[in-house]
Design a binder for this molecule. Structure first.
Ligand SMILES: *Cc1c(COP(=O)(O)O)cnc(C)c1O
Length: 365
């Protein structure tokens, strides 16, 4: 029985990558914002439709340094229905995460519940475009303007997503992307901050390179979050194929939708209006009573059939061991409920349609 995993990294043809890195053997420039780095920054700026973009060694450091570049202090309103990175980035910056609940249809922050959480210590909102679903960017923008807050989106899932014809990175003060191996576009490990402000560009540059301005002046307490040339080269190659990857995933998503639409007790991710999706994930909610089996039972049954799915996102970040007794997960009851029902099904370009059918057969029987 062929095993099927939840994802599989996209890789360019080996020859294409070798051709791309060949010049590095002449220049001996392996890192420190070399040619590949510059080229990838330029190409991504245009692909994502953003004014400013700064590459980072990974998405997590992009988040941590974005919070620093905007000098965020005090409290940050965010959601617990996300990857560990979002909450950790806030806490590791000495900031306090304040958890807002999510909406049951698209799993993004519930914009109607944000204002209640704002107080004099609130400095920023850090919403997540979870599974590539777009947050209510217009409402969030209004709220931020009214209260003078900074908005930084965790857009780690939303590479290539468009809303109302604009790249998703054009909303908010900044957006961060992850180019980790498991994401739709990868540089092996990598990430970026997108923004539209020249000062932030300089700030991020200093933060990712030890605060070194020139050989004699170090004027910021920076970290090291540089993307190296081999990562950038992987990005340049993968970028050539990202459109075709998204197209293949759309076919897979369409097939799942067709087969699972009428499955009793299985709720699909709702399609959003005005959004061009990247089909990065295929989450379902398993409703135990209607479906006749719990999420965990379905997961076990799929595993028996050689299909490895993920409880993405379970547990909620506000229930993590490391945050024991710090947060009350009953503040976010919808997120709590959904984290017990959610399951991410396999989706990646090379997944064959007959494998999608096999997965759906297990779910439907
Ligand atoms: C992957 C991910 C990150 C972190 O990105 P890395 O590149 O793995 O450091 C942050 N937020 C979310 C929602 C993610 O899925």
């Amino acid at each position: 029985m062929k095993e099927i995993f939840v994802t599989s990294p996209t890789m360019p043809p080996l020859e294409e990558y070798i051709e791309n890195i060949r010049a590095i053997w002449d220049t001996k420039i392996l890192t420190n914002m070399g040619e590949k780095h510059q080229e990838l920054e330029n190409k991504l700026r245009s692909y994502l439709g953003t004014q400013g973009l700064s590459l980072m060694c990974n998405g997590h450091m992009a988040l941590e340094l974005a919070l620093q570049a905007f000098k965020v202090s005090g409290e940050v309103i965010t959601t617990p229905f996300t990857f560990a990175s979002t909450t950790h980035a806030i806490v590791r910056n000495g900031l306090k995460p304040v958890f807002c609940d999510i909406k049951p249809d698209d799993y993004t922050i519930d914009e109607d519940k944000i204002e209640k959480l704002i107080n004099k210590n609130t400095c920023a909102i850090l919403p997540v475009h979870v599974y590539g679903n777009v947050c209510n960017v217009e409402r969030i923008d209004e709220i931020a303007q009214k209260h003078g807050l900074i908005v930084i989106y965790d857009a780690a899932h939303a590479f290539g997503v468009k809303y109302k014809g604009k790249g998703i990175a054009q909303y908010g003060n900044a957006s961060i992307f992850s180019f980790h191996a498991t994401k739709i576009f990868n540089t092996i490990e990598g990430g970026a901050v997108c923004f539209d402000n020249k000062e932030i560009e300089l700030e991020l540059y200093r933060l990712k390179n030890f605060g070194i301005r020139n050989t004699e002046i170090v004027d910021a307490i920076g970290a090291n979050a540089k993307m190296n040339e081999f990562q950038a080269a992987m990005g340049l190659c993968n970028l050539n194929h990202v459109e075709s990857e998204i197209k293949k995933r759309k076919n897979i998503s369409d097939r799942y939708r067709k087969l699972l639409l009428k499955a009793k007790g299985i709720k699909l991710n709702s399609l959003q209006k005005d959004v061009v999706s990247n089909f990065a994930y295929f989450p379902i909610q398993v409703n135990r009573h209607e479906y006749g089996m719990s999420r965990d039972e379905l997961l076990a049954k799929l595993k028996e059939n050689g299909i490895y799915v993920r409880k993405y996102f379970y547990p909620l970040t506000n229930t993590f061991e490391c945050y024991k007794d710090q947060f009350n997960n009953m503040d976010t009851p919808i997120a709590m409920e959904i984290s017990k029902k959610i399951l991410a099904l396999p989706i990646y370009g090379e997944l064959e349609i007959k494998d999608v059918d096999r997965i759906c057969n297990v779910i439907l029987n």
